[in-house]
Design a binder for this molecule. Structure first.
Ligand SMILES: [Zn+2]
Length: 431
């Protein structure tokens, strides 16, 4: 089998992904409401969050789902609140490596009865949220045998005020932890920041002194380099490179929305540190290698773009910069024993000369046979060795079902999930 370092998945919402179907099917006809706003902008006061049990069920599923498909380190960039002691216990039990803290913002997003998005300021909630995140890091950083670590999550660039972003970055420097925010993630956000501050989201964050080597930017798609922004003033890629910030590129999720970076190769050539993440389902880091490589070629119309060594680097060594870890993402003396054994020799695959090229060309997450984190074998023969996969799967499916059942109560048009996601063909089930 191919032995590789475990992948570092730089964009996972461990409890928020019951909304995936809404994200990718609902709103393609209206890109202004696309992306996370499709399920994070409910009718005000109408959304009942999942119970702590449901949140815990989703978290367990997401972490195991990602782990089995090659993510030995997960950057959890936020989702529903829940029981944080339980969260730490879950990381302990599942054996995965996680960087996180509860996300915060001081501008909530809602839709009115006509489906129009608006932002409602709640300064106190932002301050409370940041304090909760700091307390989380003080309590849990280093828990689960050092596998649970702190990272501050200012939710989105346009849902956090200037004072909150400044306070977040100050706290990150004081705690000596990395910081994440979503920026350049959708066109609406790009235009809002431009209107409010006369700058692109990247220029805005750079001027706030928010961008440095410890900063992870979720997506960073809508920049001066993207044709949809029609904004040729300044050079966001140069800014990202100069400040040393890392961009979390989630190629498959964006491809589903007919969007991509312009481009993986151009970012790299400009000196931007690009890491990979899955964001939504399926959290298959092997597939993301291929998507990153192929989309780079298509975007640049250059088959030499998106080389296997470069996308593999993006899943392993690149994220180590903002994490400031030289003991992850590599096979070397002194590095953590976070390893994958990947089976490429079977009838579903082709014969090959170079195993990394083969992995990018035809591998998939289900080829990951063995997952080892911190020297402990967590998955062997493709099966979790330490937890009951079927029970975790069943509980999360139930929690997702309940999330979908509650949808008409908060969706602006009262739609059911079947209306939002019309079946490809009429469905017939056995009686
Ligand atoms: Zn996200």
């Amino acid at each position: 089998m191919l032995v590789t370092p475990g992948f570092i998945n730089t964009h996972v919402h461990t409890s928020g992904n019951g909304g995936d179907y809404l994200l990718h099917d609902t709103v393609k006809t209206d890109y202004r409401t696309a992306n996370y706003l499709s399920f994070a902008a409910p009718l005000q006061g109408k959304m009942v969050p999942p119970t702590p049990e449901e949140t815990a069920a989703l978290r367990a599923f997401v972490m195991l789902h990602a782990l089995k498909q090659g993510s030995t380190t997960i950057i959890d960039v936020g989702g529903w609140r829940g029981d944080w002691d339980g969260y730490a216990r879950l990381v302990e039990t599942l054996g995965v490596r996680v960087y996180t803290s509860p996300p915060f913002r001081d501008r909530n997003t809602y839709t009115d009865a006509q489906g129009r998005i608006y932002y409602a300021t709640d300064t106190a909630a932002g301050e409370r949220g940041l304090q909760e995140a700091i307390a989380f890091i003080r309590t849990y950083d280093g828990a689960a045998g050092g596998r649970l670590r702190g990272l501050l999550n200012a939710a989105q660039v346009e849902t956090c005020s200037v004072p909150l972003l400044r306070a977040c970055k100050d706290a990150a420097r004081e705690l000596d932890v990395p910081v994440h925010t979503h920026a350049g993630g959708n066109l609406l956000e790009f235009q809002r920041i431009l209107e409010e501050y006369r700058k692109t989201p990247i220029q805005f964050l750079a001027d706030l002194d928010f961008l440095d080597e410890r900063t992870l930017i979720g997506h960073g798609v809508f920049t001066t380099a993207h044709p949809w922004t029609h904004y040729p003033f300044g050079d966001d890629l140069r800014l990202l490179a100069e400040r040393g910030a890392t961009v979390s590129h989630c190629p498959y999720k964006y491809a589903k929305m007919a969007i991509t970076l312009h481009s993986f190769q151009r970012y790299r050539d400009a000196g931007v540190n690009v890491a990979l993440g899955t964001d939504t389902y399926p959290m298959d880091m092997v597939a993301e290698l291929r998507w990153a490589s192929m989309l780079a070629k298509i975007t640049d119309q250059n088959y030499l773009a998106g080389q296997p060594r470069d996308v593999f680097h993006a899943a392993t060594l690149a994220p180590c910069r903002f994490l400031r870890r030289d003991d992850l993402g590599r096979l070397a003396p002194g590095a953590k024993a976070d390893l994958l054994l990947i089976r490429l020799d079977h009838l579903g695959a082709a014969f090959y000369v170079d195993p990394i090229k083969a992995l990018v060309d035809f591998g998939c997450g289900r080829d990951v046979d063995t997952v080892i984190v911190d020297g402990k074998v967590l998955v062997a023969g493709g099966r979790a060795q330490h937890v009951d996969e079927e029970a975790i799967y069943a509980r999360a499916r139930e929690a997702t079902q309940r999330y979908w059942e509650r949808l008409p109560a908060w969706h602006w048009a009262g739609c059911r999930v079947e209306q939002i996601v019309p079946p490809a063909f009429p469905l017939h089930r056995a009686p």
